[in-house]
Design a binder for this molecule. Structure first.
Ligand SMILES: NC(=O)c1ccc[n+]([C@@H]2O[C@H](COP(=O)([O-])OP(=O)(O)OC[C@H]3O[C@@H](n4cnc5c(N)ncnc54)[C@H](O)[C@@H]3O)[C@@H](O)[C@H]2O)c1
Length: 254
């Protein structure tokens, strides 16, 4: 295995989740030293067990204090973070926009948008001091097109897509690149939960078949396939690539 990230420090938020974990494991396999952040302590330790030498930090990505504490801990224990993958996120309610509760709307935006911004705000200053860095935010195909049902999620991921582009412009001359991945439906607990919420067994089967059919490859992606795109964007091979929203979607947006 080519070690593209040998000795480099990489932070992953949402590291207890399917896509954060797959990204962390892939980074560790290619030599990165991992800093793992999530609010799910048990899941965090499970990911750490797969990433030798990883440092963990439990906290809430919507809290400025928690994100500052995380960046400080990473700096003290591993050195400046050069690579950042911001995978913490939630789907929120499956409702048309005018039926979403105010509290649900705020929660989705707090975690997906404010959380991504706080992660960038906490770690990018350390990249500036280091003189290089690469950030990948986690948007979605729903961050590039509207969703008939995941209205709050889609709006929040649209904001994440443009946050990545704004950050890319902010730091383009500082040797810090910022991109985002836009996964389609991925075989993951997040997708399992969405399918389970669609009703009885017949409704669930119909929902799964419909979701698959929206991807020309007629299947769900895997967390490892998303991690492959994340690692490419984090790597030096993407050295002239910044401000990109990369679909990882089996052709869904083709
Ligand atoms: N799974 C998919 O099909 C899919 C598709 C497109 C985009 N995405 C995006 O990819 C990212 C990762 O998705 P996943 O499938 O791994 O989801 P997941 O639910 O498995 O993982 C998300 C992680 O974020 C953490 N998290 C949530 N809120 C937090 C908070 N306030 N503070 C700290 N941690 C918090 C959770 O504890 C969890 O470990 C998300 O941003 C998601 O929107 C996923």
């Amino acid at each position: 295995m080519q070690a593209r990230f040998e000795g480099r420090v990489a932070a992953v938020t949402g590291a207890a989740g399917a896509l954060g974990r797959a990204s962390a494991v892939a980074l560790a396999a290619e030599g990165a030293r991992l800093f793992l952040f999530d609010r799910d302590e048990e899941g965090l330790e499970a990911t750490a067990a797969l990433c030798p030498g990883a440092v963990t930090c439990a906290g809430d990505t919507t809290s400025a204090a928690d994100m500052e504490r995380a960046a400080g801990k990473a700096l003290r224990e591993l050195g400046p973070v050069e690579l950042l993958a911001v995978a913490a996120g939630i789907v929120g309610p499956s409702k048309i926009a005018i039926e979403v509760d105010e509290a649900d709307w705020d929660r989705v935006f707090a975690i997906n948008v404010k959380g991504s911004w706080l992660a960038a705000r906490s770690f990018i200053p350390h990249m500036r001091e280091l003189g290089r860095g690469s950030v990948v935010l986690f948007s979605s195909t729903s961050g590039l097109q509207g969703s008939p049902v995941l209205s709050a999620y889609s709006a929040s991921k649209g904001a994440v897509t443009l946050l990545a582009k704004s950050l890319a412009l902010n730091h383009a001359t500082e040797n810090i690149r910022v991109n985002c991945v836009c996964p389609g439906t991925i075989d993951s607990p997040m997708n399992d939960r969405a399918i389970a919420a669609s009703g009885d067994a017949a409704a669930q089967a119909a929902r799964a078949a419909f979701q698959k059919s929206r991807h020309p490859m007629n299947r769900f992606g895997t967390p490892q396939e998303v991690a492959g795109a994340v690692l490419y964007l984090l790597s030096d091979a993407a050295g002239f690539t910044t401000g990109v929203a990369l679909p990882v979607d089996g052709g869904r947006l083709a």
